[in-house]
Design a protein around this ligand. Structure first.
Ligand code: C5P
Length: 423
């Protein structure tokens, strides 16, 4: 994984940065924390050391023989400064080198992110704004502060964004960074197919049966695969999100269209990830004109009747992909690797995890990514919690794992980390 330097400035929001550090380490990144002297007034060195699993360097005079003021910056894949205080921004903009963090900033050639947090007056002051503009002009990525409650009773722009949002922004930079990021290129030469969104099954020219999938998780999976060097075909069902860079999109509407597009793209694919919510049923007939209410008067009063819609089953695309690979011994590695998603609510018949294990066996895919969905959970939101289950006995499969709640970009990285050992 990546070498991240987490520069912590002396602001009260330093306490939130402890959670950001956890998100990095939980996802396998190697983090070197470089707090300023004032940051340590807010959160002490033992906290940073315990959460990063490493000693914390706080000044340029410790461990001089290893030249930390040059080495830390040179070895970084990403430097994150949070909270970036007005003072720290000013010192960085002036190119000062009066502590370990500012020397690190001068030696880093990787992407650098600043997440400013301070009182609204300090943030809006022309001096701070000019310093921020100087940093942006030099290629520094600045995550604007959020608006809301500040330390006292006052509110306004100046809050440090939530750790999950900061993590998502950092991960995006790491994934799309120059060759410095070691994760880049691991999928080079591979063709991956990702389905995303939700199918719509028409009833008549204006109505359809649909679902609440936003496509965010599928799009994040496509973006991460492209950032890791794969050729990506994204089969997208009714999604309004921007297309990730370097991804080929095939737009579809119904389950049958999605099946056609996925089956065609899967012919030379190394991996197919079925993240789309595919309707299990479709109306048997599609009316050629809009289905109307009747307004006839009957002896019993106004006609309140409603049509009955007869449904037929859609093909199970995932199961079809598995069958098309042929029937071989359980441990065999087959092509393409087929990954299913199981969005479950859990019911009297079993928990989300029980249902997912049963589905893995029934569908026969290599990896099943189970996630809990429901009102306000997963669908349409920016975060997800997932459990990864592998086909029993599959050669090269790592153990089951759980990830989240985390931004969907972070979940996408975990899913690809879980697929790569199978390739
Ligand atoms: O059976 P269930 O719909 O819960 O399974 C979900 C998984 O199966 C997802 O990966 C989804 O894309 C896929 N699926 C499919 N064809 C269907 C229904 C679901 O490929 N008709």
């Amino acid at each position: 994984m990546s070498n991240v330097v987490l520069g912590v400035g002396g602001g009260i929001a330093a306490y939130k940065v402890a959670s950001l550090l956890r998100l990095f380490t939980e996802h396998g990144h190697d983090v070197t924390v470089v707090p300023t002297a004032s940051a340590l007034q807010f959160v002490g060195a033992p906290t940073w050391s315990a959460l990063s699993g490493k000693p914390v360097a706080t000044d340029v005079w410790s461990d001089v023989a290893r030249v930390p003021h040059v080495r830390i910056g040179q070895q970084a894949d990403l430097v994150v400064v949070a909270p970036a205080t007005a003072d720290l921004i000013a010192r960085a903009a002036a190119g000062m080198a009066d502590d370990l963090l500012t020397t690190t900033l001068l030696t880093a050639s990787c992407p650098v992110v600043f997440a400013p947090a301070m009182h609204t007056e300090m943030w809006l002051h022309p001096a701070t704004q000019a310093n921020v503009a100087t940093l942006v002009g030099r290629g520094v990525h600045v995550i604007p502060p959020a608006s809301g409650r500040l330390t006292g009773a006052d509110t306004g722009p100046g809050r440090l964004p939530e750790p999950g949002d900061l993590y998502a922004a950092c991960l995006h930079l790491l994934e799309s960074a120059a060759p410095a990021a070691p994760s880049r290129g691991v999928l080079a030469g591979r063709h991956v197919v990702v389905s995303a969104g939700g199918t719509r099954e028409p009833l008549d020219p204006v109505r359809f049966l649909g679902n609440r999938s936003s496509g965010k998780q599928g799009y994040a999976l496509a973006a991460v695969a492209a950032a890791r060097g794969a050729r990506v075909t994204l089969v997208s069902a009714n999604v309004t999100l921007p297309v990730p860079a370097g991804v080929d999109v095939v737009e579809v509407g119904t389950a049958i269209e999605l099946q056609d597009a996925v089956t065609r793209a899967a012919k030379d694919a190394d991996v197919v990830v079925m993240a789309a919510a595919v309707a299990d049923f479709r109306p048997r007939t599609v009316a050629s004109s809009k289905i109307k209410k009747t307004h006839a008067e009957t002896v019993a009063g106004p006609d309140e009747s409603a049509p009955t819609i007869e449904l037929v089953r859609n093909p199970d695309i995932l199961a079809g992909l598995v069958q098309a690979r042929g029937d071989r011994a359980r441990g065999d590695r087959l092509r393409p690797i087929v990954v299913g998603f199981a969005a479950e609510t859990g019911d009297a018949a079993g928990s989300v995890l029980d249902l997912a294990r049963e589905k893995l066996v029934r569908k026969g895919c290599d990896l099943l990514v189970a996630n809990e969905v429901g009102d306000g959970v997963a669908f349409g939101t920016d975060t997800n919690t997932v459990h990864l289950f592998y086909r029993p006995g599959l050669a090269g499969a790592p153990g089951e794992r759980t990830a989240g709640p985390a931004p969907k970009e972070a979940i996408a990285a975990v899913v690809w980390d879980g697929i790569q050992p199978l390739l």
